[in-house]
Ligand binder design. Structure first.
Ligand SMILES: C[S@@+](CC[C@H](N)C(=O)[O-])C[C@H]1O[C@@H](n2cnc3c(N)ncnc32)[C@H](O)[C@@H]1O
Length: 151
């Protein structure tokens, strides 16, 4: 991932609250480039990533958007046993094996594990229960260093 965010602190906490500067590129290695065919038609794509700069895994965390400890699997905290991220970013365009994306919440150099189309038919369940996130889906400033290695 090529991103304008050079460190976790300061990056948007999710794509939905990313500003206009959260634009970057996914570089797909040549040997996988043929698999990008037909992705262009999708407005959003799922980027599955590896939080390579996350700190040690924790099972209880205080997530962004809350002030209470929660079980890590009930959150999107990067410092998790398998530090895998899922980001529904906006696909601006494809140039060969490069995907230009907006609404990015990943830092520069983040390894990308997989790409999949975001499908409203499969991936959207409006009205679903939201647990502790109920009524907290909106808002949220940039991240701090709470889940970063060495912090
Ligand atoms: C709360 S996570 C959410 C990521 C993804 N949308 C998800 O739900 O899995 C987003 C934060 O992860 C941090 N982050 C992004 N890329 C990272 C990386 N490669 N290693 C560690 N932390 C990262 C940044 O602080 C960013 O604000």
């Amino acid at each position: 991932m090529h991103s304008p965010f050079l460190s976790p602190a300061g990056a948007p906490i999710q794509p939905y609250c990313a500003g206009p500067d959260a634009v970057g590129r996914v570089e797909v290695f040549e040997e996988y480039a043929a698999g990008l065919e037909d992705l262009d038609g999708f407005e959003r794509i799922w980027v599955l990533s590896w939080f390579h700069r996350a700190g040690a895994a924790r099972l209880r965390v205080i997530p962004y958007l809350d002030s209470e400890e929660r079980g890590v699997f009930a959150t999107r905290a990067p410092a998790r046993p398998n530090p895998i991220g899922i980001s529904a970013v906006r696909l601006l365009r494809r140039e060969g094996r490069w995907l230009h994306v907006a609404e990015l919440d990943l830092v520069d150099g983040t390894p990308v594990l997989d790409l999949k189309p975001y499908a409203t038919a499969f991936d959207s369940y409006p009205g679903s229960r939201q647990g502790w996130l109920e009524n907290r889906g909106a808002g949220g400033g940039p991240a701090d260093d709470r889940f970063t290695a060495g912090s």
